[in-house]
Design a protein around this ligand. Structure first.
Ligand code: TSX
Ligand code: MN
Length: 632
């Protein structure tokens, strides 16, 4: 049932058009939640929209919004034969990615935001935002989107409500979250996280919009961790506008987790079943451009080993009554990077995005299909690029923007895990950290205990590629892959992780592993085939947890013995295997110095336990070092 409702008495085509379908729709006076009703009224008064639409999440509502966006040229419908129920959006060239320098954590004290966040005084920021938002929705519809992060009714789930003036945001939020009447019903009189968003472009009477309104000079992505509010202005793109994702599910939720004793993490969740039908769940955190989404949807090369998808980006984890750590994926969709996605790198993603997908900033083929770099060899003839140009004008330009995206329902993935909707969540047996390292970090090693595992989270770092993470080859630290996403001081975040050792029986906590698919030989070739073959590393981890795979203790942790890691049919030379599974003591001693230096940025709040772990590592390395380095 479409839920278009005129709250303000302004004549409007949209509300008139759908009048007959309004009977069952959600209207303001129906809202049981006082905070929600008052907040909507407050925002209406501030933003002065022409009308209000409370979203019910139905097919009909979605179809109506999509139809409208096609009519206003905000969306291009793709060819029904190749991509049924799928659309292409082209953003402004000035609005193509998250904007970290315009992202703020407004805790009352600067010390609560820490050295890795931009901080502004919450009162000053609030008044600045109020002046920006004043009248910002004139000429537009204000959409109210109730959503649940996680299976509705789960004790780990949370409710949020996003108010936005972007119909693109509504349709994306419908894929990314459990959105609409069900979430509203679950809210009852409980608290929720208010997420206010505007593209920051009031529409003058009689004026038509361009396809992607935004306000590039005035972008603000603002979080109030104490009061659990999000205000976002000026951008319509991804993490800046779909406020349920990075803003709520990571920045605000990390603060909630600290207060309430749980974890909101930038992690995929996968299920892994061995040939005997025994099943475990792993969570994994990687910095960008390490193939996290590819791992989440992996098809293992090993016969009988089945990997299933619970989540590709975010995990919320809480201790269960049995003392184990349970995870839910708070999201319902994937907002994945399109370039590089192919039937070779991620066949399950390619299957998932065959229908019911919104593409943003990819190329458009002559026959109404999508294309991006890395999908196959050459672009089809006369392919329109992400800016809408073709031929002469498009020379020198990539077909797809490097940060082009697909928004697609997780349920459309052929390997979605049966427990995806389970309100209990899934018990996590292993947590994997990793990064892109051409040297130093071996293929896989195992932590000795929770504290050492937490230390491994703090040392996560990745080398820049042409596509991401700054200068090519330069090491960028990204502890827990949470650097841009922790809503409070990262020193306190490390302490919060350490605290789990004391919250219950530490032997029931997941075991932490560190992996690196990106080791290179002297000539710059990758030593490990990666992709489907990573299933072999997952198998070793699985069997370590079961006590059936052996390991050798090293200064950095436990590593596979040569025969415990299944390398059958890989044809790797003994030399290559040696390089993949060696601890380069000298290189690790340099790494220790690098870490000592890096840790300085966290100042007073850096936990002494992690310093101790670093010293233990150093001592173990020195013990093994055949030729002491100059510092000794
Ligand atoms: O996603 C990747 N994974 C994880 C897969 C589950 N990528 C792509 C990274 C960019 C997002 C990888 N790239 C992986 C990997 O395991 N490994 C590599 C490096 C690599 C690249 C190409 C080959 C091998 C390794 N190709 C051949 O050897 C033919
Ligand atoms: Mn992410």
């Amino acid at each position: 049932m479409a839920s278009i409702k005129r709250v303000v008495s302004v004549f409007c085509f949209l509300s008139c058009f759908s009048f007959r379908e309004m009977d069952g729709s959600v209207v303001l006076k129906d809202l049981q939640n006082d905070k929600l009703r008052l907040w909507i009224e407050e925002v209406q008064e501030l933003c002065e929209p022409d009308q209000i639409h409370i979203c019910d999440g139905t097919e009909e509502e979605n179809a109506l919004l999509l139809k409208e966006m096609v009519e206003t040229k905000s969306l291009i419908p793709l060819h029904g034969k190749f991509r049924p129920n799928s659309f292409l959006a082209r953003s402004s060239f000035e609005d193509v990615a998250r904007v970290e320098d315009r992202t703020f954590i407004c805790s009352s004290s600067i010390d609560d935001a820490g050295p890795t966040n931009n901080w502004k005084d919450p009162n000053e920021m609030k008044s600045l935002l109020k002046s920006l938002f004043k009248g910002c929705m004139r000429g537009r519809t204000m959409y109210v989107i109730p959503f649940s992060m996680g299976p509705i009714g789960s004790s780990i789930a949370q409710i949020g409500v996003e108010i936005t003036d972007s119909p693109y945001v509504v349709c994306n939020m419908r894929i990314m979250t459990r959105m609409g009447r069900e979430a509203l019903n679950a809210l009852k009189d409980q608290d929720f996280v208010p997420c206010l968003h505007s593209v920051g472009v009031p529409l003058e009477a009689g004026k038509m919009d361009n396809g992607w309104p935004c306000n590039p000079q005035n972008k603000y992505i603002v979080h109030f961790p104490q009061t659990k509010e999000i205000w976002s202005y000026g951008s319509g793109y991804g993490g800046n506008a779909l406020l349920a994702k990075k803003c709520f599910a990571l920045r605000i939720a990390s603060q909630m987790g600290k207060e309430e004793g749980w974890l909101a993490e930038h992690m995929l969740i996968l299920g892994i079943e061995n040939p005997d039908g025994k099943k475990k769940y792993f969570a994994a955190a990687f910095p960008s451009a390490c193939g996290k989404t590819n791992l989440a949807m992996l098809q293992s090369s090993l016969p009988g080993w089945k990997i299933t998808l619970v989540g590709d980006d975010i995990a919320w984890m809480k201790l269960g009554e049995d003392g184990k750590l349970y995870a839910i994926n708070p999201e319902a969709g994937m907002f994945g990077v399109a370039p590089g996605t192919s039937f070779q790198t991620n066949p399950n993603a390619m299957e998932t995005i065959k229908s019911d997908t919104i593409f943003t900033n990819v190329g458009l083929t002559q026959d109404g299909d999508v294309w991006w770099e890395g999908m196959d060899k050459d672009p089809p003839k006369n392919c329109t690029n992400w800016l809408g140009d073709m031929g002469e004008a498009a020379l020198d330009q990539k077909i797809a923007h490097p940060n082009a995206r697909y928004t697609t329902p997780i349920k459309g993935c052929p390997t979605v895990d049966p427990a995806f909707d389970d309100p209990k969540g899934v018990p996590i047996s292993a947590i994997l950290f990793g990064g892109r390292r051409a040297s130093v970090v071996p293929l896989v090693f195992e932590s000795k205990n929770w504290r050492h595992g937490t230390f491994l989270g703090t040392i996560v770092s990745s080398e820049g590629t042409a596509a991401a993470n700054g200068p090519i080859g330069k090491l960028r630290h990204d502890p827990f892959a949470m650097l841009p996403f922790c809503g409070y001081h990262m020193g306190d975040y490390f302490s919060h992780w350490l605290s789990f050792e004391k919250r219950g029986d530490p032997s029931l906590l997941p075991t932490v592993y560190y992996v690196n698919w990106f080791l290179k030989d002297g000539s710059g070739s990758f030593l490990w085939p990666g992709f489907r073959e990573n299933g072999r590393v997952l198998k070793w981890i699985f069997e370590r947890l079961d006590g059936t795979a052996s390991a050798e203790s090293t200064p950095i942790g436990n590593m596979p013995t040569p025969t415990s890691l299944d390398l059958n049919d890989l044809n790797l030379s003994i030399e290559t295997v040696g390089k993949l599974l060696t601890v380069d003591v000298g290189a690790w001693l340099n790494e220790v110095e690098e870490l000592k230096n890096y840790y300085k940025i966290f100042g007073e709040k850096f936990p002494s336990e992690i310093v101790e772990e670093l010293h233990l590592l150093e001592a173990a390395l020195v013990d093994k070092n055949p030729k002491p380095t100059e510092s000794f």
